[in-house]
Every structure is written in structure tokens, then in C-alpha cells.
Design a protein around this ligand. Sequence first.
Ligand code: PLP
Length: 366
Amino acid sequence: MIKFLDLQKITQKDSDELHEAVSRVVDAGWYLQGKENEQFENDYSSYIGTKYTIGCANGLDALILIFRAYIELGVMQPGDEVIVPSNTYIASILAISENGLIPVLVEPSLETLQIDDTKIEQVITERTKAILIVHLYGQCAYTNKIGDICKKYKLKLVEDNAQAHGCLFHGRKTGSLGDAAGHSFYPGKNLGAFGDAGAVTTDDEEVARIVRAVANYGSHKKYVFKYCGRNSRLDEIHAAVLSVKLKHLDEDTAIRRTIARYYIDNIKNPLVITPVINDWDAHVFHIFTLRCKERDRLQQYLSDNGIQTIIHYPIPPHKQECYKEWNHLSFPISEQIHQEELSLPMSPVLSSEEMSMIVKVINQFK
Ligand SMILES: *Cc1c(COP(=O)(O)O)cnc(C)c1O
């Protein structure tokens, strides 16, 4: 069986360093808000290219904390609108509604699968305060047009960088392109911890201060509470692991790109559509997407041939039970993507035998 993602094998790659990092924390007897957090936050800020990194408990919290900071700053109020792609992982949208803000869904482009920047301006109202772009599948969603729209309408640009650590837009890292960004270090992400973990990056000192305080019960100073905060901190053990993994991230990304290139060059089956890549630096291939009209049959066929695949994602957010009020809405492009998308095995430990087996099997699909 070729696994979609073999986490055990990924960890084995840097096993000695990771064991050393975990032992260091175990032996230090200091498990939260210590040296490991400080080190990782500094390393990650230099990597992404922002002034601040604030570690937190997970990627959803990172995004929630950003919008909460804007509400505390008076930049946004509950009831204000935030534009977000209609095809994204549910967490992007939850972060908006959790803060009492209104998600306004915009269709993606079928070619890039990213938010369609020609459809943004028509949904802007007086209540629009931000655009949340999602670098979905590891591909940069930012465009100069989105930057211009944010300037023209004075909107905050927030990035969901949960899937795109190391992705570049003309030499600048995603996560540094907008006003603030949320990152996830869920174990299966390109930069993954040994459990849930996340971070906010920003150049904005006030946002950084508020995010840090709200993530720590609303406190800047022990036992003094300025905000009704939450507990969302990055554990020292995860920070230590992430510092090790960050050093290897660019090598891992290079391998992911090699695999993607191999898939794109060699998958030749008229029933299957491979992605169009215009800028290879702007994609870190967290997910390698295929599209196929007979997706479910293809998935079953691959499974019968020992290849595990995953659908990202089977049901669009507006058709989910948690957003009943949207169930009647129609986002045809998003719906089409949800019906056709299939993700192939992709990771820095996928072997060349596995890659060629996958291609061979797909090319024989009839
Ligand atoms: C994983 C993910 C999140 C949430 O991150 P968690 O760490 O799992 O909370 C948010 N947005 C996107 C696009 C994701 O893929």
C-alpha cells in the first residue's frame, strides 16, 4: 500500500535531531513560554520575513486571534464582512464567524483553484473590512490585483498560510504579503509538529501585542487581564520540534516540487487533468491535486491498486450543516472542484518506485 502521507517515515528522516530536541525539553523541566518558543519564533520570523511571530495552539486559533485583534483595535466590529474563497478548508471560514464577522464567499478560478480576483470587487460593501486569502494546496493565492483592491477599499489582507510554508510570491514568502497571517503546524502540514500547533506572523506591532495577550488569557502581565482572552499557546516541545523541521523545510519543498514535476510530465490520461503551474516558486505542493470527472471511480481504482488518495475536500463549506443558512446558495465552480478533486500521495519521503507506480496505474485508468 502506498500511503497518502507516511508521517512515521518523515519523522525517521530527522530522527536523531528530533529526539535530541524533545529530550532537551523533557530535561529542561520548562514546558510553556520558554526558550524553545523564543528560538522558534525568531527563526520563523526570519524565515517568513516578518517582524513578529507569535506561537499559538493551532492554525484555527491563529486565524481567530488575528480577527480578534482587529476587533480589539476597533478596526472591525461584529457584523462586518470578510471576503474568503468558497473552496477552502472549513477553518478559514470558522475563524471569521467565530468572531461574529460575516464570511462572504467568492468563487475560485477553475484553472488555479485559488480565489478569483476578478470576482472580489463586486461583493465589496460598506461593511467589508478584510479579505482572507487562502494559499490552498500550497499555491500562492496573492495577486497584485488583490493588493490593489485592499489599498483602494482600505481592507486588511489576512493570509491563511496553513498549507503554504515556504511558498514565494516574486521572492517574498507567503505569510509576509498581507497585514497578518495564520499558520498551522498540524502534523500533516509541510511544517508539522508532533501534535497541534500554530502561529501568527505580522509586521504590525499592535496586532502582535494583542494576539500574544489574547492567546494568554488576555494578559500582558501575569494576573492582570486586559482582554477576555483564551488559552492558546505553543508548547515548548512543539517549538523545539518545529525549529528542527524548519531547517529542513526548503529541502523537503524541493523534493515535493520534483515529485510534482514528475507527475505533471508523466501523467498522460485524457480522463485526468493535472494542475497548470505558471510559477514553480509559488507552489510548495502541500497537496498535489488532480481533477477527474469520474473522481470517485478513479479513487476506488487507485485504492484497488494499492494507492491511497484523499479528497480535498468532499463537501464545500456552503453545503455543510454548520452553515445551514448557506445551504441553498450556489457556487458552481467550487462545487465542481469538490466533485472532481483527488489528491495523490505527496511527501518528501515518497520513493521514485512509488512515484512511477502511481503514474503507471493512473495512465492505465479507463
Ligand atoms: C489545516 C488548516 C487550517 C487549520 O489549522 P489547524 O492547525 O488544523 O487548526 C486552516 N486553514 C487551512 C487552509 C488548513 O489547511
